[in-house]
Design a protein around this ligand. Structure first.
Ligand code: F6P
Length: 495
């Protein structure tokens, strides 16, 4: 662990990127970002933001990286069938960013990504303990790949770089970088929840991972709850001291900070969304003020609570027959982790439920649910959000959930209503959404009914207040505040 004094290296200035003015963080030190997945080089070189619903991490990091020079290391998204991956560390120049990609073999992909990342850590961190797979060979592969990331990166680093590693797939990269000799600034951001220590405790390698986190100067999370959980887990595992912001142990100190991630609201408000097809065009919905639209957009993941959301919609139609024929639920599910068995099962469950509900209520010229299992470009989604009367974002557990912020950003005059799960990080900030407990099907169905009938004045009031949050915590500000704290260091803040 190293602590440089916090000489400020930031200069804020305006730059013209692709014809539009953006405030950028011009870090004199180079920003080096490490993520499991990177966007395609041509996407970055064309300065494109978020073309598909791949999850908040890549969009937010991309939006940050496009505004400054830097190096971005991640898995290429390819898996080779050969014993050794093809070209470890292939570099592409993508606009202001040097993109360095690592290939994985099929085996590595299965053990590190599908296995330890998505069948062990993902359910564990989201509190789905019964789904956690505990297998030594998965953890060994995870260690190997984390070490490969670190060893590929280390020779490329300059002494004054700021290194920022992202998410649960790469917890141990910091430790391996230190062991390789990296003495500079080193931060980590966890994009998913950190559960109560009693849950994390079921992982046999939990203590090693926690000690691995102590190699970072700074670890960021989305909410104060996750911060407390992580600090409690560290305190239970080590004999360190937590002062509410810094966890210290001997001469080592790691700041655990709360940095709620956001979006770039302009991306959802520009006129481009109006050149995208409307929901009524895409689905040939009958027009008319009486025809309400509810939209749900998610990666197809069991943490997103899609089946319970559909059941709440079903309950609403049962309890309020006047709504039949007058409301259509559009569920857009982006394919995700399709080789993980739990995701295959989730897709089957969702599709079966859609069939059952449609079979039960459909009438001539109206089916209650339109289900689309595919990716949509971001500007299409912006148009869909804008066209919808209600956005349903009801995960069973979610680090933040940027769809909630995107939905709000895309509204304008005559805004729609956001129904939001209290188990998403977004609910901490978006208190003017209709907050629901997604496990409570009756309660959610009544909130949905209220959302569909909410008077305009209340909709406007709630939306304005949520829009303030969206504008206050943008992707840009998230990146800036994390990097500013990392730069500042913890020196002088510890006892
Ligand atoms: O936000 C959590 C996260 O796992 C990110 O790390 C990732 O970019 C995103 O969801 C999508 O997941 P995946 O890369 O596994 O498709």
């Amino acid at each position: 662990m190293t602590h440089f004094s916090g000489a400020t290296l930031f200069v804020y200035r305006h730059l013209t990127v692709a014809g539009s003015r953006h405030i950028i963080v011009n870090v004199m030190s180079r920003l080096v970002v490490v993520t499991n997945r990177v966007p395609a080089a041509d996407e970055l070189a064309r300065l494109e933001l978020g073309s598909v619903a791949v999850g908040g991490l890549v969009s937010a990091v991309k939006s940050m990286m496009l505004r400054q020079r830097g190096l971005w290391l991640g898995w290429s998204g390819r898996s080779t069938s050969r014993g050794r991956p093809a070209a470890p560390g292939a570099t592409h120049s993508a606009g202001p960013v040097d993109l360095v990609t690592i290939d994985l073999t099929e085996d590595e992909f299965n053990l590190y990504y599908t296995g330890f990342s998505n069948r062990t850590l993902w359910p564990l961190l989201h509190g789905f303990v019964e789904r956690v797979s505990i297998r030594r060979e998965l953890y060994r592969a995870y260690q190997r790949i984390n070490r490969r990331f670190a060893e590929t990166l280390f020779p490329m680093l300059r002494h004054d770089d700021l290194v920022w590693v992202h998410d649960y797939q790469l917890f141990l990269v910091g430790q391996y970088l230190r062991q390789a000799g990296w003495k500079g600034k080193l931060g980590h951001f966890l994009h998913v929840p950190f559960p109560a220590p009693e849950i994390f405790d079921i992982l046999p390698w939990g203590p090693e991972i926690l000690r691995g986190l102590m190699y970072y100067d700074q670890v960021g999370v989305h909410t104060a709850d996750y911060q407390q959980n992580l600090a409690r887990a560290l305190a239970a595992e080590t004999d360190g001291n937590w002062d509410g912001s810094i966890f210290s142990r001997g001469r080592d100190a790691t700041r655990i900070g709360v940095y709620p991630i956001g979006i770039d609201p302009d991306e959802f408000q520009g006129p481009s969304r109006f050149s995208a097809p409307s929901l009524s065009d895409v689905l040939s919905l009958p027009p008319g003020p009486d025809n309400k639209i509810i939209v749900g957009v998610d990666r197809l993941d069991y943490t997103k609570g899609i089946p319970l959301r559909l059941r709440a919609f079903n309950r609403m139609l049962e309890r309020h027959p006047t709504m039949r024929g007058k409301v259509t639920f559009i569920q857009i599910s982006a394919p995700s982790r399709t080789r993980v068995p739990e995701y295959v099962k989730e897709r089957e469950d969702v599709e079966m439920l859609v069939g059952q509900i449609n079979g039960k209520f459909s009438e001539r010229g109206w089916a209650p649910i339109s289900y689309l299992y595919r990716f949509f470009p971001q500007h299409d989604l912006a148009r869909f959000y804008h066209d919808a009367d209600v956005g349903m974002v009801t995960p069973l557990r979610d680090g933040m959930n940027l769809i909630a912020k995107e939905f709000v950003a895309a509204q304008g005059e005559d805004p729609g209503v956001l129904v939001l799960s209290r188990f998403s990080g977004a609910a901490v900030e978006m208190v003017d959404a209709l907050i629901v407990n997604p496990y409570d099907i009756d309660g959610t169905s009544e909130a949905l009914y209220a959302a569909l009938r909410m008077p305009e004045t209340e909709r406007i009031e709630r939306w304005r207040s949520m829009m303030k949050v969206v504008n206050r915590t943008t992707a840009e500000k998230w990146g800036e505040s994390f990097v500013a704290d990392l730069e500042r260091g913890t020196e002088g803040e510890t006892e």
